[in-house]
Ligand binder design. Structure first.
Ligand SMILES: [Zn+2]
Length: 306
């Protein structure tokens, strides 16, 4: 059995929309209830995240943008992305969760981690909020990983939407490989197959755009063959995962048709690609609460026992 850290804090329930919104606190309540009523709750190591520091945030975002988020306590920062009174604090902990998981791994306390955070992160750009995301949690984590000696970082993003913010953060950087599968064409519109990185980073981005209706068999092949080959070539020191469960067949926001069995295959493929190096998951999307909760539970089971 692997030692799996489960990172969560109640602050994540305090990022609250004014009206109905798919990205709402019930998502995490569902995950927690499902985990607590399972046997895995006693097998994971329950840990608390810490806030990301200004230095950690400004490795990815501009100081002006961080201050803008800090000063905004209501309304919207982009047409999809609301802010409430405690959103900045929640976002600091969300961005700090992957970072804390990495430090705990470095200290030898855990082998793998799942960060149950919100707001999500992968659409957040250097100087703007986007697609429900305030700070780019996985991108902040990638730089913290490097400052902890994990020099080569493989980011795997299986959210149904392309992680435009993450790709842009590292597109010229050959030390961070960005691998993404996503529905295409679909929001946010980026992530075409020909976007493979720029300059020194050329060849260190791989986008696998998928048509609506793509299901388990295709995902199994991509994650157990293509991703494993990428990892064997790149030889990462750590794997960070943007875990978006809006790929589930029951998700209301997109049209990819991955079942619970497909989630198992994806997580096993990522475990295989990681081989002996640590893996840290950070929650991105997933808007059918039942499907989301079950998918996270499946992920945790595979992290514990695969
Ligand atoms: Zn998504």
């Amino acid at each position: 059995m692997k030692r799996v850290g489960f990172f969560y804090d109640d602050i994540f329930l305090k990022h609250i929309p004014t009206g109905w919104h798919p990205e709402n606190p019930d998502r995490l309540r569902g995950i927690l209830d499902t985990l607590e009523s399972s046997t895995f709750s006693k097998e994971v190591i329950h840990l608390r995240p810490v806030k990301a520091t200004m230095d950690e945030l400004t490795a990815i975002h501009t100081k002006e943008y961080v201050q803008r988020v800090a000063e905004t306590t209501t309304g919207y920062l982009d047409p999809d992305t609301y802010v409430s009174e405690k959103s900045y604090e929640a976002a600091l902990y969300a961005a700090g969760a992957v970072a804390e998981a990495i430090r705990r791994i470095k200290a030898g306390e855990i082998d793998r981690a799942f960060c149950a955070v919100r707001p999500p992160g992968h659409h957040a750009e250097k100087q703007r909020a986007m697609g429900f995301c305030l700070f780019n949690n996985i991108a902040v984590g990638a730089r913290v990983a490097q400052s902890n000696g994990f020099e080569r970082v493989l980011i795997v993003d299986f959210d149904v939407h392309h992680g435009n913010g993450t790709e842009h953060a590292f597109e010229e950087d050959p030390t961070v490989f960005y691998f993404s599968t996503h529905q295409y064409p679909h929001y946010p519109g980026t992530g075409g197959r020909n976007d493979r990185g720029k300059g020194k980073g050329e060849g260190f981005t791989m986008n696998i755009p998928l048509p609506a209706g793509t299901g388990d068999a295709e995902f199994k092949g991509i994650y157990n063959e293509v991703l494993v080959e990428v990892s064997e070539r790149f030889r990462p020191d750590i794997v960070l995962v943007s875990a978006g469960y809006d790929i589930h067949v029951d998700d209301p926001l997109a049209d990819i048709r991955v079942s619970n069995e497909g989630i198992v295959e994806i997580v096993r493929g990522i475990n295989r690609a990681a081989a002996s190096v640590p893996v840290v998951y950070s929650l991105e999307g997933g808007y059918n609460i039942k499907a989301l909760s079950k998918s996270v539970l499946i992920t945790i089971e595979e992290l514990l026992y695969d």
